[in-house]
Design a protein. Sequence first.
Length: 255
Amino acid sequence: MKMQEIEMQKQYMEKVERINEGKNLKYYILTMGCKLNENDSEKIIGMLEKMGYSESKEINDAELYIINTCSVTNASDQKSRKMLRSACNKNKNAVVVSMGCYAQVNSKVIEDIDGVSIIIGNKDKNKIVDLVEEYIKDKNSLGKILLVDDNEKEISKIKKYLNKKGYDVSLVMYGEEVIKRIKDKEKYDYIIIDDELETMSGISLLKELNKEKDKSKKIVILDKDKLFISDHYIEDGFNDYIDRENLIKELDRLF
């Protein structure tokens, strides 16, 4: 990794350590196969312990399982699957991570194992810290919201309010970026759209999202002078609307 990326990851781990302080979180890591896997596991152990996790010696006493798999032979493939199933059955609420060579070449097979939370190929193994914490954040949130608004003051107010309620809020300023995210298979429970975006109207963005068969609930932010035609927005496909002048009251009504 580049020095800048290493420093960013270090700062991120320190932040997570502060969040995890006092939670007594435990990890269990099983390493299969070659020396390279052993080296990778040692690095991951170092990162996890810097984040406030402690090692569990018992497989049934951890919040995070990491199975560093091997795919040298058919027997190692079989053992990788067996250990993943075992980890999933030990603690139904735990985060189970599959990484290593078997995860790299047989991700589709692993996807069919009920309970596996994250599958990490070799090219993404350095991102394991970010991927685990992102998964936990999504798991614990009330829902994922994409907020589309180019008014910085307004989006800051909405994000702060919804974060306090327990929602995971992502911010985007342009409709084109929303379409890109949806095409990249990102999923949200709600998309809140300002009708007065600079490059695309709320209705135009809604039509583009419908073309992508996006299943999230769509909510439009309307100015006072458009409230009298709010029914038209609902007829066009929005699930609800927000009166901009009563922002917090409206958010409380919806969330």
